[in-house]
Design a binder for this molecule. Sequence first.
Ligand SMILES: [Zn+2]
Length: 500
Amino acid sequence: MTDRSKSWRVLGLLLLSLFFSLSFSIKGQVVEQELKEPELVSHLRFLSSDELRGRKTGELSNWVAARYIAEELRKYGIKPGSGPDYFQVIPFGTVIPAERGILTFGGQTFSIDKDLLVRLAPISDMNGEVVFLTHALPDEVTANVKGKLVLAYLGGEDEGDPLASFGLTVEKKKKLKEMGALGLVEIYNGRHPWNLIKRYLGTGRMVVLDQSDDPEFPTLLVNGVSDKVLENIKSSKSLDFSLETDGTRIIETPSPNVVGILEGTDPKLKGEYIALTAHFDHVGTYTSRDRPATQKDSIFNGARDNAFGVSALLAAAQSLGEVPPKRSILFIAFTGEEIGLVGSRYYTDHPTIPLSQIIFNLNTDGAGNSDSTIVSVMGLNRVGAKEEIDKGCEEFGLTTFADPAPEQNLFDRSDNVSFAAKGIPAPTFSPGFKQFDNDILKHYHQPSDEAETIDLNYFYKFCQAYAYTARLIADKSSRPKWSGGDKYESAFLELYGTQK
Ligand SMILES: [Zn+2]
């Protein structure tokens, strides 16, 4: 190679790099403007296709969706954040219900076809003593539970939503097992009909097979313990019981969160991470939900919920991968959202980056849009990033709308809450709606939630707005924090220390 050709080559390289830096830094130029609608729509169409059969947690189609997301991340230059395949595999198991079950104490008998639900039980009959502890919350549990079955009300002091109540069961079991109890019988006292609860918990339920939800620890639910029996057990401290059952069985049905990492460009700020998240699982088909596939369309495609949000996540991976921001980015596509926010909770309990380094979570999830001029943001005014979120949307001709349908308590119903509970400011960025009305319910968890019924122009702008908002927050000079007095503020102070 001659000197002359070398210098031409150097000049060429210089021009080329000048061109690239110009094309991304010309005043007013926003990288996200370069995202292409057909590419984003292809994510949406693939993930919500009939072939992916509703991406139910633990099913093959759910793994195919995870593989697609992982390979797209790889294509956009995002590094694996958990194993070479980007997969954080969650050890899920599917509970095969017991066929036989009779529980007797204090002269009252509960049976599996009526008022008893054998949630989990090893395959053996049991008998002994049963004691009553009002809610059996961890601080109520004393040494006298050793070798005994514990009877308690489901949930805690205040009757929260059923998910929270069943979440508490896991904590109760942990403590009871530690103290040597035989098992837990909870008394159902919720507002939903017993038959609905029985169906929901009784068929093909999934559990995480680690210490937190020990499948070997007998867990039962009964409906309608008589006052007489309750008084009896309270005054006599314990009663005899017998349980006859063939027990539950568990089939291993693992499913992955998909985790990717992009390193930030600022030597100091790159130690801080913005977690961008969206759940990719949905509810499967009529068959996999144990409902007869008699409908014309038996596939819950979940285009809005949440192939839409995953596409926005991939849009961010593409544009941020192309021109990385100052802070580092953690991309996580969650599994297990539809079965109770399990994927995100598993992640925040088993983080791949110390939680104190994750300074913000921008989650995206939704049920659909009935207003194509807005982005609805759960927590908009609470998480210290309103300016960036407003600006990110405005760039694409959208305005923000804070906390629609407050009666639905949506802030606490998506994966952002797993981060919020740890103290991390965490809003959810949702397709535009103001009320949870028939426009939304028409497609919410219905087979009609398909890509063909989506306003694709709005979808495109939404994805761009999400990606640009993520960039603005990742480049923000100061760290976002909760508004003063927010219910998650004390967790924030605990996580990051009071000086932050
Ligand atoms: Zn969702």
